[in-house]
Design a protein around this ligand. Structure first.
Ligand code: TRP
Length: 376
């Protein structure tokens, strides 16, 4: 599961596996994604990826393995990658935004350190791009409340907001799949990396695009219906054995020191069985450590399990710590040197990104107003 869309980590996968109809559509989405991957190799310039994060804290190991590495891969393949820092979505389910400029800065540093290249990719902040939000109004007119209520992620968010915040679901949270449609369509994004639990989300964007075309651009469709690019991303667990998430406080931040990294793995949950084996279902915490360690050591979880074997969880944690510290060394070094340059780098990246996002969104809004006949 990736967090490619507005996903608090506590939203469980929607269990598509056991419903025949859903698994058929999942299989179809997989086939489509394989086709898209082949098309990317053939002609990456046909694609613009829109993806993003809510600036609620510095990025962690889960982000790196679930989304960041994939974004860098797409960028390096020659795809135009556009990343939104969705500051207006931070207030969808909370009253406190924290220090947004500071958080945005940390995340931009994380992006750059992870290999996002601002000369090729675009990083922008929601609130700096007004035309994007104006698009949301006509888009909202194209979906019904019932459709939003049926959206599995909105449902999960509602339940979660109620549980966690003791506050009712805000109108912004309720409509955020439409806001996301605006993010994507404001730059004519045609590819959105998602985990399988996020597929229904993109359906709202596709519906908005289709209905806009039917209503205002029947002669010649204006918006392309964006495709989901399913990513088989690793789910990373936090030190408490649940999915790694900023809001749970169980995360290993990318920017963490080596000591903090060692401490994180020392306190990470394992289990009572001494002999280390790779059994993802029976031993999820140990399997998680094995997958992380194997990823950075360039081996398989099975081989890593074999090599630790009877030495037990303590040894496994040492091995994993070493692999992660080594694996993240270049990223952390880049991050430190970027941070040492003060705010100038981040400011420059955002100024360019915001300017490009404004150009794209202004162009789309101009077209939309013409198509709707609202030019006066
Ligand atoms: N909501 C996403 C998150 O919380 C970030 C996001 C905003 C996004 N708009 C998007 C992701 C559009 C994909 C497409 O992580």
């Amino acid at each position: 599961m990736t967090t490619a869309t507005h996903t608090p980590a506590h939203v469980p996968p929607s269990g598509t596996g056991d419903v025949p109809e859903a698994s058929a559509s999942l299989a179809a989405a997989r086939r489509r994604s394989d086709q898209l991957e082949a098309d990317i190799v053939r002609d990456p310039t046909r694609f613009r990826v829109l993806t993003g994060d809510r600036p609620t804290g510095a990025l962690h190991l889960g982000h790196l393995l679930a989304t960041l590495d994939n974004r860098v891969r797409l960028q390096d393949a020659g795809v135009d990658v556009v990343i939104v820092l969705a500051d207006y979505q931070v207030i969808a389910d909370r009253d406190e935004t924290g220090d947004l400029p500071a958080v945005v800065r940390e995340i931009v540093l994380d992006y750059l350190a992870a290999g996002i290249d601002p000369a090729r990719a675009t990083i922008f902040v929601h609130s700096a791009v007004p035309a994007l939000h104006q698009l949301m109004l006509p888009f909202l007119s194209l979906v019904t409340v019932a459709e939003l209520e049926r959206n599995p992620t909105v449902k999960a968010e509602a339940a979660d907001a109620a549980r966690r915040q003791r506050r009712g679901m805000s109108g912004l949270l309720f409509t955020y799949p439409v806001h996301q449609a605006a993010d994507i369509l404001a730059c004519h994004g045609n590819l959105v990396p998602v985990g399988q639990d996020q597929l229904p989300h993109l359906e709202v964007t596709r519906t908005v695009a289709r209905r806009f075309n039917q209503q205002y651009a029947a002669a010649q469709p204006y918006f392309a219906e964006p495709d989901a690019l399913l990513t088989e991303a690793m789910t990373v667990l936090g030190d408490d054995g649940t999915k790694m998430s900023k809001s749970r406080g169980n995360a290993l931040e990318l920017r963490a020191s080596e000591d903090a990294t060692a401490a994180f793995f020392r306190r990470a949950k394992s289990d009572a069985r001494r002999h280390i084996t790779y059994e993802p279902d029976a031993r999820p915490e140990v399997a998680n450590l094995l997958r992380i360690g194997a990823h950075f050591a360039g081996t398989t979880p099975e081989a890593l399990a074999e090599s630790v074997g009877a030495a037990g969880a303590g040894r496994l944690k040492e091995v994993v710590t070493e692999a992660v510290v080594e694996g993240l060394r270049p990223l952390r070094a880049r991050r430190r040197s970027l941070a040492a340059d003060g705010d100038a780098v981040v400011r420059g990246v955002l100024a360019r990104g915001n300017a490009r996002a404004n150009r794209l969104a202004d162009g789309v809004l101009t077209d939309v107003r013409e198509l709707m006949g609202t030019v006066y």
